[in-house]
Ligand binder design. Sequence first.
Ligand code: HEC
Ligand code: HEC
Length: 434
Amino acid sequence: MIRQLAAPALLAFAVGCGEPPESKPSPEARAELLEELGFSPGQWRRVLSMAEVPDLPPDPTNRLADDTMAAEFGHHLFFDPRLSGNGRVSCATCHDPALDFTDGRRVSIGVSENIRNAPTVLNTAYHRWLTWDGRADSLWAQALEPLENDVEMGGDRVAILRTVAADPELSARYESLFGPLPELASDRVPEHARPRRDGGRDEWSDAWETIDPDLQARITSAFVNLGKAMGAYQRRLVSADAPFDRFVAAVERGERPGEAFPAEAVRGLDLFSGDAGCWECHAGPMLTTGAFHDIGIPPVAGGMPTDAGRFTGADIVKADPFNATGSHSDDREGVRARLVRSLVNSPDNWGRFRTPSLREVSRTAPYMHEGRFGSLADVVRFYSTLEGAVQLDHHQETVLSPLDLTEQDQAALVRFLQTLDGRPLEPRFAAPPS
Ligand code: HEC
Ligand code: HEC
């Protein structure tokens, strides 16, 4: 249960699960039902761990993480294309609520073409590391990257802050949360300016160097505040109450599954949490352990993979000026900071990607980091045959072995994966701001 969220949402979730709590079935009756459905007690414990959506993990690196006004401000920023370099791309361009906060493309197109598939931003507050390669350690730090990234929004912090300052509603919201915006007089501050993260130089980074260091620091702090508001917003994007969750709750009450969870889905769950071994990586409430693996997905262009994945991501997050250990973090000694400090990269990380959450998965095609597969049937066929899988020779980790599933079992796994779509706990945040 998500106790940190607003009471009405909690109520909706509880009500959605069914009737008022009844007396528990006798242990014998429950054991009998589980046997009838084909689950051993150990396997059912695994299933239970997948069904319970827990409290949101706190984010003390963002002191406004759970502030509703900050979330409302972030909501406006998320949908505002004026923050991009060309004025046409917002976060919602690639994370569109109509497509479950993805873009439906193989790889994203912003101001230019990305190399990766856009994951949903629903339930991202549960991830320890953000993005496929885990190159950000908080939602607020992650949000700052696409804004200035050359392929996504191609903006710069100076122009972005001027846009906020010029809009009466945005500037009022900013100032009530964070105080006055920095003065950006045109005789002291160029039209466009930002530092480059990769150490390279261009016109905008040269322009940044002309700004007085005190003012640079104030501009960057204000930019970080926008990230913290967007982080607060995205924390409110949680989905729950999927047919799978209801099925588990029903079985716990001693009831047989209803139409929303047909026998085929039960068989799929049995494979998923048992013989097919999916649970080894897709475990826990978001159906991911959060670990990085190379499962040998063949590159779209053919040949050997060129995307280094976690190997690059681990270095980026350690060097990120906005990580939990940095001067903009509100908790530089906490768990998140310790995790970044103790992170050790190794060549073995080459080609690994974060195991994705499978909540909402039937709505977020195409799949895998490069959008390699168009449907869940294709994904399951891959796990079954491992056709075309690439294995990097330096990897200690051996890739999966082919499951050789029957057509029927493949269909059952797909049917199970289709029961993981829930609904947003706070619908007003899952639509553009009114
Ligand atoms: C051009 C399309 C595009 C735009 C615009 C964009 N994103 Fe993304 N987003 C992506 C892609 C692609 C990824 C995966 C990046 C990767 O792994 O390299 C991603 C990843 C993410 C993630 C991590 C999700 C996860 O599962 O770890 C979050 C959160 C996110 N974006 C939020 C935002 C916010 C906030 C904005 C606006 C400030 C934004 N995005 C703008 C395409 C986009
Ligand atoms: C060794 C760990 C591991 C096992 C076992 C595993 N997966 Fe995955 N899964 C991953 C990783 C890692 C990715 C992302 C790979 C990439 O993009 O390169 C992934 C991706 C997926 C995706 C795509 C999700 C998306 O949003 O793109 C689905 C669906 C999926 N797995 C389902 C399954 C099923 C079903 C099984 C069992 C048959 C399974 N997985 C077994 C690690 C695993």
